[in-house]
Design a protein around this ligand. Structure first.
Ligand code: 5AD
Ligand code: SF4
Length: 469
C-alpha cells in the first residue's frame, strides 16, 4: 500500500515505510490515543477537493482526532492540494516551505500532503519540500487516520500513493462544511485525457458511484435540513451505472427527494452533453438553470490538439439548443489561452465565440504545462508575455459580457439561497440565484440557509445588488 521508490533527502532522519515493514499490520495500540491530536486542514483547488477534505475531516473526527481552526495550534497540518495548474502547485509548496520555522519550534509537528499534488509528486514531494512527513495519494485518503498515527508514533515519513483507482468507502462518518448546502460526489476519476490535463493521472480511471448510494446520501442530507445539493463529477454526463442516459435518470430520482429545493451539477463535457439534459433541466423543477460547459478554445485546430472531441460548431449548436430550451438559464465556461502553437488567429476564434455566445461568466487560464500529459510533449511555445496579454484581453471581453448579462436582471426579482454574511459589511448578506449568480442585499445572519426573493437594483460583472422583497 505504500510507495517507497523515492528517498527523502536526509535518510538519517527519516524512513519510508514499505508494505514489508508493516503499515498494513499497524493498529492503534492501547494507550495510543489520538484524542489530543489537533488537525488543521487547508484546502486548495476545486469542489472535488473541498468534498475530499470533508470526507477526511469526518474520518479523523471519528478516529478521535480534533479539527483545529488554527495552524499555530495544530499538531498535524494537512494540505489538500490542487495540481491542475503550475501556479497553484507553486503556491502550495511555498505555503508548505513557509512552515519550516513552525516545525523548528515544534519538532513533533506533522505536515501532510494529500490530494492531486500528493498523487502527482509521490515521494518527490518530500524532495521538493523536506518538511513534509506524509504524502497521501487521492485513493489513500481513507487510510489517513492510520497514517497520521503511525507517523506520530514511529516518527517516520510515509508515502502512500498506490490506490489511485480506489473507490471511496460508502459508509463513512459525515462531516459537512455547511449546514444547508452540500456537495455530493457521483463518481471519481476521468477517462477523457484532454491533452493538457493532469486529472486522469492523479484521480485515476472514471468510476461512477451506485445510484442507490447517492440517493441514500441525498435523502439523509434532506432529512437533516439541507436545501441545496451539487452533484459532482469530472464529467457528470458520462455517469454510468449500466444503462442509457443514467445521469438524467439520477437527476430525476434526486428531484423526487422531499426537502431538497435546489439541485446543481458540475462539470459537463460538451462531447457528452445533449438536448435531453437541457429538457431535464427545464422539466425537473428543482434542477437549477445553470450549465457549466467548458469551451477551452474556439479554434478547431486547438480543440483537436487538446483532444476535446468536439468542434466549435458543435459547441455552438449545443449552446443554441440550451438557450432555446432554457432561455433564462445561465451558462458559464472555462477557457485556456496560450495552448502550444496557439496563433493570434486561433486566439481570435476563442474571443469571437465568447462574444457570440455571451457567457454569464468564464474562468480563464493561461496554459500551464503539466508533467505526464500528452500536451507536455508539445513545445510550450507561446511566450509568457503573449499568454498574459491574451488573458488580459479575454478577461476584459468577458467582464463586459458578464456585466451586460447581469444588467438584464435589473428591476427583476430573483430567488436567492442566503449563504453568508458579507465579509466587508456585516449588514449585507450574500446569496446565490438559481442561475448561480452572487446576489448581495441588506439582511442579517438569521437568514443564512433560507430562500429569499431579492429585487435587483444594480449590478457589477461579478454580482447583483438589490433589496429583499
Ligand atoms: N493549463 C491551464 N489550464 C488548465 N486547466 C486544466 N488543465 C490546465 C492546464 N494544464 C483548466 C481547464 C479546466 C479547468 C478546471 O482548469 O480550463 O476546465
Ligand atoms: Fe481534465 Fe478533460 Fe477530464 Fe475535465 S474532462 S478532468 S479537463 S481530462
Amino acid at each position: 500500500m505504500l510507495n517507497n521508490k523515492k528517498s527523502p533527502p536526509n535518510p538519517k532522519q527519516s524512513k519510508i515505510l514499505s508494505p514489508k515493514n508493516g503499515l498494513d499490520n499497524f493498529r492503534l495500540g492501547f494507550g495510543m490515543t489520538s484524542k489530543c491530536t489537533r488537525i488543521y486542514i487547508r484546502t486548495f483547488g476545486c469542489q472535488m477537493n473541498v468534498r475530499d477534505s470533508e470526507f477526511v475531516s469526518g474520518l479523523l473526527i471519528d478516529n478521535g482526532f480534533r479539527l483545529s481552526g488554527s495552524i499555530e495550534e495544530a499538531d498535524v497540518i494537512l494540505f489538500n492540494s490542487c495540481s491542475v495548474r503550475k501556479h497553484a502547485e507553486d503556491r502550495l509548496f511555498s505555503n508548505i516551505t513557509y512552515l519550516k520555522k513552525l516545525k523548528k519550534k515544534r519538532p513533533g509537528l506533522i505536515i501532510g500532503l494529500m490530494g492531486c499534488t500528493a498523487q502527482a509528486y509521490k515521494g518527490e514531494a518530500i524532495t521538493r519540500s523536506p518538511v513534509i512527513d506524509i504524502v497521501c495519494g487521492t485513493g489513500n485518503e481513507a487510510d489517513l487516520p492510520r497514517l497520521i498515527k503511525y507517523a506520530r508514533r514511529k516518527k517516520l515519513r510515509i508515502i502512500a500513493t498506490d490506490k489511485v483507482d480506489a473507490k471511496r468507502p460508502e459508509l463513512y462518518p459525515e462531516y459537512r462544511e455547511h449546514e444547508f448546502k452540500a456537495l455530493v460526489s457521483i463518481g471519481e476519476g476521468c477517462d477523457n485525457f484532454c491533452s493538457y490535463c493532469i486529472v486522469p493521472y492523479v484521480r485515476g480511471r472514471e468510476r461512477s458511484r451506485d445510484a442507490k448510494d447517492i440517493i441514500r446520501e441525498v435523502k439523509s442530507l434532506a432529512g437533516r435540513g439541507f436545501k441545496e445539493i451539487t452533484l459532482l463529477g469530472q464529467n457528470v454526463n458520462s455517469y454510468k451505472t449500466g444503462g442509457d442516459r443514467d445521469f438524467i435518470k439520477l437527476l430525476g430520482a434526486v428531484n423526487k427527494i422531499d426537502g431538497i429545493e435546489r439541485i446543481r451539477f458540475m462539470t459537463s463535457h460538451p462531447k457528452d452533453a445533449h438536448t435531453e439534459l437541457f429538457i431535464a433541466m427545464r422539466d425537473l423543477q428543482k434542477v437549477c438553470e445553470h450549465l457549466h460547459l467548458p469551451l477551452q478554445a474556439g479554434s478547431d485546430r486547438i480543440l483537436k490538439l487538446m483532444n476535446r472531441k468536439y468542434t466549435a460548431k458543435k459547441y455552438l449548436k449545443l449552446v443554441e439548443s440550451y438557450k432555446k430550451i432554457l432561455p433564462s438559464g445561465s451558462i458559464t465556461t472555462d477557457v485556456i489561452v496560450g495552448f502550444p502553437s496557439e496563433t493570434d488567429s486561433d486566439f481570435k476564434r476563442t474571443c469571437d465565440i465568447m462574444k457570440d455566445i455571451g457567457f454569464d461568466s468564464a474562468y480563464t487560464f493561461k496554459y500551464s504545462l503539466r508533467l505526464k500529459t500528452a500536451s507536455s510533449k508539445l513545445t510550450d511555445d507561446v511566450s509568457a508575455k503573449t499568454k498574459a496579454e491574451r488573458l488580459d484581453i479575454i478577461m476584459k471581453i468577458q467582464r463586459g459580457i458578464s456585466e451586460g448579462r447581469n444588467m438584464k436582471l435589473v428591476s427583476k426579482s430573483v430567488e436567492a439561497l442566503v449563504e453568508d454574511v458579507n465579509k466587508k459589511d456585516v449588514t449585507l448578506m450574500s446569496g446565490r440565484t438559481r442561475t448561480n449568480k452572487q446576489v448581495i442585499f441588506k439582511g442579517d445572519k438569521s437568514l443564512v440557509g433560507t430562500l429569499v426573493d431579492v429585487e435587483v437594483q444594480s449590478v457589477t460583472p461579478y454580482s447583483l445588488k438589490g433589496r429583499m422583497v
